[in-house]
Ligand binder design. Structure first.
Ligand SMILES: [Zn+2]
Length: 264
C-alpha cells in the first residue's frame, strides 16, 4: 500500500486550511450517515395499483455537492474530524471501531473499493456505528493525477459502487484521492455523485509507524493546521495507530474540541 504525503499538494492544503475563517454549523450535517439510497419503496403505495409492474427504478442520483476540497468540520471552529484511511481491514478496523466507541467519537472511513467488497460486514459495522463512508478508489494509485480521465472515472466510480453494495446501500459521502492526487476532473466527478472531495490538515504519519508517542506528538503539534486528522486502519500493523487514538481522543476532548464530520 503506497504511502501518503510527500507531495507539494500538502502545503496547499495547509494554506487552504489557514484561509478558512468561518464555518457554517449545520445541525443537519451532524446527523448520522444517510440511510439506504433506495427511496422508491413508497412508490408502490401510490394510486398505481393494478398498473403493469415496472422494473425497479434505479436509485436516485445523489445531490451534487461542492467540488472544492473540504477541510472544515461541521462542528465549527472547535470541531475536529477524525478520518481513517485505507481499510477496511479485518484485524485493525474492529480495533479502531472499538476505540472510537469507547470515546463516543464518530469518524469518516475512507475505504478502498475491493477491500470493502471483501469485508462487507466491516463496512456495515462502520455505518451501524454512525460513522461516515468515503471513497478512496479501487487501487490506491497516488499518481492518479497523471492518468486519463477514463482511468480516474473507473477508479472513483467502481469504488463507489463496491462500497455502496458492501454497505447495503449507504453511499460514500466523500471522495479522498490517494496521496491527495486530486484533479479538477476527479473533484467534479466525485462531487456530481454526492461525494465531497476530502483533504486533510494533520497527517499523523501513523502509516510510517514512528512509535505511538511520535504519532501523538505530531497530532498535538499540528492541530493548529486545521481540523481534519488523518489516520489509517490498514496497510500494515496499525497497533501504534490504535494506541495513539487512545491518547489523542481524550486529549482533544480536554482541549475543548468536539468531534464532527467534514463539511459537505
Ligand atoms: Zn490512503
Amino acid at each position: 500500500m503506497a504511502r501518503h504525503g510527500g507531495r507539494g499538494w500538502y502545503g496547499q492544503v495547509v494554506a487552504a486550511a489557514l484561509g478558512i475563517t468561518a464555518v457554517t454549523v449545520a445541525a443537519s450535517l451532524w446527523t448520522a450517515q444517510a440511510g439506504p439510497v433506495d427511496g422508491h419503496a413508497k412508490a408502490g403505495t401510490s394510486a398505481r395499483h393494478g398498473a403493469p409492474k415496472a422494473a425497479p427504478a434505479p436509485a436516485p442520483a445523489p445531490a451534487s455537492v461542492s467540488a472544492e476540497i473540504a477541510h472544515a468540520s461541521d462542528r465549527g471552529t472547535r470541531g475536529v474530524n477524525i478520518t481513517i484511511d485505507d481499510g477496511p481491514d479485518p484485524v485493525w478496523t474492529p480495533k479502531v471501531l472499538q476505540v472510537l466507541k469507547e470515546y463516543g467519537v464518530k469518524a469518516t472511513f475512507c475505504m478502498i473499493g475491493p477491500q470493502a467488497q471483501a469485508h462487507p460486514d466491516l463496512v456495515k459495522a462502520v455505518v451501524a456505528a454512525g460513522h461516515r463512508l468515503c471513497d478512496h478508489t479501487v487501487s490506491h494509485d497516488v499518481t492518479m493525477d497523471t492518468k486519463s480521465e477514463a482511468y480516474q472515472s473507473r477508479q472513483i466510480l467502481d469504488a463507489e459502487r463496491m462500497i455502496t453494495e458492501a454497505s447495503g446501500g449507504v453511499r460514500p459521502l466523500y471522495y479522498r484521492a490517494p496521496g491527495g492526487a486530486f484533479t479538477p476532473y476527479s473533484r467534479k466527478l466525485a462531487a456530481s455523485h454526492g461525494m465531497r472531495p476530502l483533504g486533510w490538515n494533520v497527517d499523523s504519519k501513523d502509516f510510517e509507524r514512528p512509535g505511538t508517542a511520535a504519532i501523538v506528538a505530531t497530532v498535538k503539534e499540528e492541530m493548529p493546521n486545521g481540523p481534519t486528522i488523518l489516520f489509517h486502519d490498514a496497510g500494515g500493523d496499525r497497533s501504534e495507530t490504535v494506541a495513539a487514538l487512545r491518547e489523542v481522543l481524550p486529549w482533544l476532548k480536554e482541549q475543548g474540541y468536539s468531534f464532527g464530520f467534514p463539511v459537505r
